[in-house]
Design a protein around this ligand. Sequence first.
Ligand code: GDP
Length: 369
Amino acid sequence: SLRAGIVGLPNVGKSTLFNAVVENGKAQAANFPFCTIEPNVGIVAVPDARLDVLSKLSKSQRVVPASMEFVDIAGLVKGASQGEGLGNKFLSHIREVDAILQVVRCFEDNDIVHVNGKIDPKSDIDVVNLELILSDLDQIEKRMEKIKKGKTKDSQSKLKDEAERLALEKIHNMLMDGKPARSAYLTDFEKDSIRQLCLLTMKPIIFVANVAESDVSDLSSNPYVREVLRLASELQSGLVTISAQVESELIELPMEERTEYLKSLGVSESGLGNLIRETYDLLGLRTYFTSGEKETKAWTILAGMTAPQAAGVIHSDFEKGFIRAETVSYDDFVAAGSLTAAREKGLLRSEGKEYVVQEGDVMLFRFNV
Ligand code: GDP
């Protein structure tokens, strides 16, 4: 499953947010088969209102949402790329995630020390950005050196080497300019050529602006949030605003008291769902469904996957033995009321190997075993 790593300077609210995410996941585990695999990894369900609709129509016995992993990656300090603090270990953890969530402190609290003495989102973001850039620069320069000496073992052709050299150069220029690798304009071929480097600043990043409880109802009044918003667009990053404090208090409350508490703060829903959805979208993920009496389940695929590839997410045998897929869009399914009704109305299509699965497709695979 996909992994998002929570990073940020000390005392910005990472653990508070992570614990809320994990506890929230545990609460859902009563219904869903979820668990915590490692102490710093939590599994969360991706909220999706369509699941309830489909499961009611199909009279499903259970509902299984798509899931994602959140990893708490502590230990980022200034100088991490030079081996300060947990330095290199920290960076190697980031290398393994699919997306980065950087918590940025936007709440004031005199009792909680800020590492730089004052709340300053720009400086916080710059520190993290710089460490990631320095680490990438180091990697790129080593790789450029190897190519120059003709020491690239894995080079299959001159063409590929040339694409990689070009990509490295473009990214190097970006990084020297203080900009992330993801802002470099690369062709698909160039992108492929540098994929194995797993550059940190190539990964999608979301700034998670952590605000005070008093600010959740009126975000525009928080000048720190405005600053983070500006930086998010400058650095091609996403932005989600949340109060880690509110989330951690919410999960302590019994279900029936949560709505009341949110209302008292002037908001209608918790921010966790939003954070999870944003991360899911940022990764370019799509959802398709299977829906029957046994269960209604959401499956995660990458945009552009074909029907056999999507079937392979369920089981590799489904991909190997793929014959065809019976498919109906979510809207058509709901309009018809059931798979049978959709078939009678001619809304159920029979699709072959080339079909590119669309967001919200409800699918039934036919395959040889
Ligand atoms: P980490 O070092 O980034 O993991 O930060 P922690 O999650 O341990 O939080 C540091 C301190 O800030 C803790 O005492 C938290 O209770 C507090 N904290 C976290 N989020 C908020 C918030 O939104 N508002 C306030 N007032 N305090 C918070």
